[in-house]
Design a protein around this ligand. Sequence first.
Ligand SMILES: Cc1cc2nc3c(=O)[nH]c(=O)nc-3n(C[C@H](O)[C@H](O)[C@H](O)COP(=O)(O)OP(=O)(O)OC[C@H]3O[C@@H](n4cnc5c(N)ncnc54)[C@H](O)[C@@H]3O)c2cc1C
Length: 383
Amino acid sequence: MRIAVVGGGAAGFEALNTFISGKIEAELTLISDEPVLPYRRPALTRMLAEPVPDAQFYLKPDSYYRDNGIALELNNPAVALDAADRRLTLKDGKEITADKIILACGASSRTLPLKGAELEGIFPGRHLSDFTAASDYVRLNGVKRAAVIGGGLLGLEFAAGLVAKGVDVAVLELCPFIMPRQLDEEGGRIFMAAMKKVKNLSAHYGVHVTGFTGKGGKVAAVELGEGDAVPAELVIWAMGAAPNIALAEAGGLAVNRGIITGRDMQSSVAGIYAAGDCAEVDGVVSGLWNPAREQGKVAALNIMGEHTEYTVKPAAARFTGFGTRLYSIGEAGGCVEGVEREVSSDPAKGVYQALTRRDGRLTGILLLGDVSAALKLEKELLG
Ligand SMILES: Cc1cc2nc3c(=O)[nH]c(=O)nc-3n(C[C@H](O)[C@H](O)[C@H](O)COP(=O)(O)OP(=O)(O)OC[C@H]3O[C@@H](n4cnc5c(N)ncnc54)[C@H](O)[C@@H]3O)c2cc1C
């Protein structure tokens, strides 16, 4: 059997690893548009602050791919998919026909086509190349002030990394409080109070970024409309990620927000699977590391003839930084309606707990400051 995996992220890697563990007799090919071997994407934010050793960064050393006979097409993205013939065309013109294909193409940073967005110094935050380019830019240009567009979990991790590097950071958030998916209003206030104590961090809520101004072709400030501007010599987009569905869509696979799959991770075309941030199962695009790995594994097991299903379940968001800790899962965000909330709050200590219930059943957990109850409560929620 010939199996082609498109994308060397969490889902693609886990699929390959499942084939190897299961001692499948197959020709395995990994196709990636990145020039490097699969790595831990969540470690990228840490990289803004400090070097991450290779052993902690890469999922496996190159000997793993060599010893297991995995053919590597790095820096050579799939540019076309002929779904009927299960044939992929790569950027260099090579064609790969496979018995089974797993699309594990992940997602791309959302950006906006704003005035000045082409200026130097404005980076997406998705790939290793984005982070090495941003870190080099900070060093080479002596960047003192940066702006992060988006006050979600990822935006705050970018901000924490840059602050640790001694850069002054402004977080720009459209909503009236931070991390609206993970926090409710009171939790948001307590978290924002913790952020206020960080010396070189500022946060602007309820603001619309309208464009960028530059100097000598390099970004110098982010415009917020009505004459307001935040000076920044480096800008990072952190407005979330859009699933990479173009290859599948052009190949005629059913897509919605992501590539639509069944719980066996098979797409609308038999023999072609999708997994990870590019896949949509039961209407949900997960956007997180562990679900991506699990989906890659489920796709591989089904290809190996072991019928397995992926079940969508809530995944926890965790954050440690700015002198506080956050744990949030399920219906914890403030925008959720029709739920009862049990709240206990000690703003002076920066401690907050909100448990959300529907018909008495625990559906959301938000812990701030003290996250020691997370494991026990998570067990109850996942039940
Ligand atoms: C900076 C950062 C920090 C994060 N931190 C966390 C965290 O703390 N916890 C958490 O749960 N999640 C975190 N996430 C999200 C998590 O990393 C993703 O959910 C996970 O990586 C998804 O895995 P994936 O394999 O679906 O996609 P990806 O990891 O995005 O991998 C997809 C790969 O496919 C490649 N590709 C795309 N198109 C093609 C093509 N046509 N041909 C070949 N290759 C292609 C992409 O370049 C990429 O290398 C973070 C994400 C980022 C960006």
